[in-house]
Design a protein around this ligand. Structure first.
Ligand code: FA5
Length: 354
């Protein structure tokens, strides 16, 4: 029978085409070619009209069997192709877990952060709270509440960046003490340190920056004396510069403290003999401090007959310069990786470099 011959030729050709299909798209094309609506297998049905009624069912079954056979071949070829693709993918994406890893450049803490954290740790251990204030501050808290009324000549000691008549970039961290005292409604004790950035219209040089850091300390309670201030600062000096450091208090002036003192530390390098670090004096100036002025207490609602206190303000920039032997304050603010990388070594050793 002509139809049978045609059918077996078609089957042979289909098997060849299926085996020659080397990817999913080619196999899909073969599928359409033989099994699609207008494909070769459907085309066989055109012979139906030439067959007798008795022959038709058998012929129909043969066509269906052929369709099924081609479908099965295509399915198994699909499986082979999928496996081949997976194997190729696994080969291409092979990960060599024995390769050495890429080096990740680790940073180190900025020397200012290290210094500030060291001071914070000391005071947290002494029961102080850390309080932060605002870098954009009101003239009232930056000056007036600290006993510096408008046009007070001592305002010249801290030239400022004004934003409006009444707001400025804070020139020191002392406004945080004024704000905190006001919030405590005349109730002591108050024991705080206030770290943060401050701003002054100083011209930049090796030891001055228009933006730098300060840490304010404030203790207000009943019966606080100058000796409490001295003991606290002695502890601070020894923590920062070594256990055998001495401090010296020199009379000074700040409108918000009375009496006021500048505090010097005996030189950690020459132990008081005189060297380049202490400019041959044996002493290094590190901070300003004093007993809180009664006017500051009263303005914040504290009874200055009952309460007394001490305050101090130090510059971590200058302290870090001394501790790490940094000759120019501007290194802290220029983000030069070569400068900052040196502190990785200090961190690795887990010790301070003096
Ligand atoms: C004050 O700012 C006072 N508020 C400190 C104070 C607080 C006194 C509480 C009494 C009671 P002074 O202007 O001296 O003080 O600044 C304190 C420290 O800030 C200085 O010792 C210095 O370390 C640092 N400092 C001041 N100006 C600069 C600057 N331009 N660049 C870097 N550090 C500076």
């Amino acid at each position: 029978m002509v139809q049978n011959e045609e059918m077996s030729q078609l089957k042979q050709q289909a098997l060849v085409d299926i085996n020659e299909a080397h990817d999913a798209q080619a196999l899909q094309n073969v599928k359409v070619k033989y099994l699609g609506k207008k494909g070769s297998v459907s085309g066989l049905m055109k012979h139906m009209k030439d067959l007798s009624n008795e022959e038709k069912p058998a012929y129909g079954q043969q066509v269906n069997a052929l369709r099924q056979a081609i479908q099965d071949e295509i399915a198994s070829r699909e499986e082979v192709l999928a496996n081949e693709q997976l194997e190729a993918q696994l080969r291409d994406e092979k990960i060599d877990v024995t390769l050495p890893s890429r080096q990740i450049a680790l940073g180190a803490k900025h020397p200012l952060t290290r210094t500030i954290e060291e001071i914070e740790d000391l005071f947290l251990g002494l029961g102080y709270e850390i309080v932060e204030g605002y870098e954009v501050e009101q003239d009232h808290y930056n000056f007036e509440a600290l006993n510096l009324p408008k046009s007070h000549p001592a305002r010249d000691m801290q030239d400022s960046f004004y934003i409006t008549e009444e707001t400025l970039m804070r020139t020191h961290t002392s406004p945080v003490q004024a704000r905190t005292l006001e919030q405590r409604n005349g109730q002591g004790p108050v024991k705080i340190i206030c770290p943060g950035k401050v701003y002054r219209r100083d011209s930049d040089d090796a030891t001055h920056s228009h933006q730098f850091t300060q840490i304010e300390g404030l203790v207000v309670a009943e019966d606080i004396k100058m000796s409490d201030l001295k003991g606290t600062l002695e502890l601070l000096a020894r923590e920062l510069f070594g256990a055998d450091r001495e401090i010296r208090l020199r009379p000074s002036y700040f409108p918000f403290t009375e009496p006021s003192v500048e505090v010097d530390v005996s030189c950690f390098k020459c132990k008081g003999e005189g060297c380049n670090v202490c400019k041959q004096t044996g002493w290094i100036e590190v901070l300003g401090s004093g007993m809180v002025h009664p006017n500051v207490l009263e303005m914040a609602g504290f009874d200055s007959q009952r309460y007394s206190g001490f305050a101090f303000g130090l510059g971590p920039d200058r302290i870090a310069m001394l501790k790490y032997g940094i000759e120019d304050i501007r290194h802290f603010y220029t983000s030069d990786v070569r400068f900052l990388e040196q502190f990785k070594a200090v961190e690795d050793r887990g010790e301070e470099e003096c």
